[in-house]
Design a protein around this ligand. Sequence first.
Ligand SMILES: C[S@@+](CC[C@H](N)C(=O)[O-])C[C@H]1O[C@@H](n2cnc3c(N)ncnc32)[C@H](O)[C@@H]1O
Length: 263
Amino acid sequence: MPIGSITRGTTGTNRLRRVDRWIGRLPAFLRSPAPLVVDLGFGASPATALEMHDRLSLIRDDVRVVGIEIDPARVALASLSARDGVSFQLGGFEVPLEHGRPATVIRAFNVLRQYGEADVLAHWHRMALRLESGGVLVEGTCNESGRVASWVDVTPEGPASLTLSLRLTGLELPSIVAERLPKVLIHRNVPGERIHALMAELDRHWRLHVGLGTFSPRQRWIATVASLAGEGWPVIGARGRSRLGELTIAWDAVAPAGFDWRA
Ligand SMILES: C[S@@+](CC[C@H](N)C(=O)[O-])C[C@H]1O[C@@H](n2cnc3c(N)ncnc32)[C@H](O)[C@@H]1O
């Protein structure tokens, strides 16, 4: 029996472009001898898995994408769109793959948000066990259009980072992403939690750099990220990532109080 339960299948074309772009830059994906990427919980249509293959195959033409869904009817429908490099199969958090092969990357987007917060760690562990050495589970959430997104990179050794990814044009406050945080953090945006401090600091720095907005929201975001880093937030990644409206922070700086990967 697949592990998990069938939930709403809401999905959309182009919704996961930001996280596809992220996966396309992961060293795990770039260096794998034969990249196998899983789109876990692809939903009511196979669009996100097909698009993922379209995008990733521009970078690695040997990539294979496997869409896994717990709803048999959705798998049957998606299988009509299978093509070279893209297949679909029934499964859950146990991530079943042919011959027990481990995955290079597992993306689980807008899946765990429909589970309880207390279940997250067990499901992270289960999926991380299915990664090849150096592989990454990218688990996150976004809004309907994909313009507000966030995800955690989880490795077999534990969570490594939190990434926020925002469309900057028309952005009022970066803390809009609080509504779309991964399940492990969404209920922790309260005083005393590190993620709450990050949301407050992000907004403060964004306001401070309001003047740069007249040049471009991108300049304003780059300055926001730089000044957060200047105040000691462990920002990861090159400046080029801020140009994309992203901010990546080391996991320990945002982990919920009492979080313990080994628990
Ligand atoms: C809201 S949809 C998300 C679709 C797509 N990932 C997206 O972000 O647009 C969530 C899907 O995950 C599926 N799902 C839930 N738990 C699952 C599990 N344990 N394993 C595989 N699929 C699961 C649900 O049946 C549903 O189709």
